[in-house]
Design a protein around this ligand. Sequence first.
Ligand SMILES: [Zn+2]
Length: 243
Amino acid sequence: MTRINGFIGRRSFMQLAGMAGVGMAATAGSGILWKPEDALAQSPATPTKPQPVSPDAALKQLLEGNQRFIDGKRQNPHQSRLRLQETAVAQYPFASVLGCADSRVPAEIVFDQGLGDLFVVRVAGNVASQTAIGSLEFSTAVLGSQLIVVVGHSRCGAVTAAVKGDPLPGRIGVFVEEIKPAVARVRAKTGDLEQNAVIANVQYQAQKLAESSTILGGLIQEGKLKIVGGRYDLATGKFTIVT
Ligand SMILES: [Zn+2]
């Protein structure tokens, strides 16, 4: 509990406790080993809670960062010692990402962001698994992020595996199964099946986030969340919105 408390900050924790409707508030701030108030008092750079970044402004920031990356003009923002100290106390990521675990698509680099900017969930095939959905419910409802970007990419091995449909060892098949419904949507479509499947998978996972989570769906209804999907091109570095 203490660790969770430290992770999200006391105020957010209280919100989470209230939202969950359980008796966690009684333990908030009463950690024996660590109190967020102590950290705030000792911190040389106490952050104040910023205004939430609107979904459209958040998307603009991401797209501008991606353009800097493409142009070879990365600013590597928010990577200073001061930022490190600020974000050690609390985090207010302006956007959340559900991306593929592929080593060639690191969100902070391709969107040119820094510490505390993005709440990133990466899993092979950028699938909206139960744990991914839970993580994104946390980043939006508790941490205040108002944008989720689903980031698929060209030549995604997970999507290729779902297209082929061959048996897979261990638990590799678990996430591949979660991509198959997306592949089924475009199997009869003309054009390159794998490329179509990458886009279909982004759309399918984005739709799954919005429709299977009452928390995310509720935030969308309130105008406090947008879910956007796009395709990242491994060769050019460009992120293009597809849904
Ligand atoms: Zn991938």
